[in-house]
Design a binder for this molecule. Sequence first.
Ligand code: ADP
Length: 306
Amino acid sequence: MDNALVAEDLSRSYGDTTALDGVSLAVVRGEVFALIGPNGAGKTTLVRALTGTTTPDSGTVSVFGSPPDAVDENRIALLPQAFSPPERLTGRELLEYYAGLYDHSRPVEDVLSEIGMAADAEGWYETLSGGQQRRICVGSALVNDPDLLFLDEPTTGIDPAGRRDLRDLIADLADGGTTVFLTTHDMAEAEALADRVGLLADGRLVEVGSPEALVADHGGESRLVVETDAGTDAFADSGYRVSATSRTLTIHGIRPEKIGEAVAALERAGIEYESLSWTQPSLEDVYLELAGERGAEEPVLAGGAR
Ligand code: ADP
């Protein structure tokens, strides 16, 4: 397998805090790899170790076969989480500025087209929408035509339309052959974009796999969530596996073709409800399961198997 990036047994502590605790991973060329995990899990520290902006206490990183600080600067780019360029420059001026920092950079016009900002390149950065600003930021990371692009929470704080635009841009970059390593708190984003997802918790890589494999292994069952305060008692003899919170009754393990039957059973039991929603397990469920972040209201199961 042709790897863009290999990390072996990385550890990094800050005083008594262990930010990374023996992380090993490999990212294949052309892959989109999404790193997810709770705040404080060590994501930023891992990105910094992989890009050579921090030195791990132990372990090794290899980017295109070299230590990260020895890699040709044109092959790797990082868009950090907190990146705020000067506001009183136009998008074009900003990209020209960043392009000027490299010995070899791409024509700014090409980058503007690639990020879909050619028509809005003359507006001051401060006048652009959040999504457009972030696209310019991504563009500033593309001026050196990197083969490996690190994006630390690229869509945080952007409205849904801007997020969608940016996702399309990242998908296009990946289609063009760029290897993308991104961190995100947005599970839908990881699910939509990533070939593989890694879940980091307490400095350890808990699980790595394709979104589909992670959901199949850890996402649980599809279920029907009924908005009602009826509790499990009224439905306890139904034969369904149910759980309840103060506001919902959840019927577990309901396949799509069985939704009608379950609704009929609710009505037979005289349960009144505000709404019904059927959900398939998603990466969000995997995250909640593996990161140990299931809510305090996580219900106790009641009822028999069906
Ligand atoms: P994440 O990006 O997943 O939120 P970080 O890598 O920022 O996690 O942090 C992991 C842990 O290391 C946290 O407990 C954080 O407080 C600590 N940490 C990170 N950077 C520093 C630093 N420069 N000095 C001290 N502690 C740090």
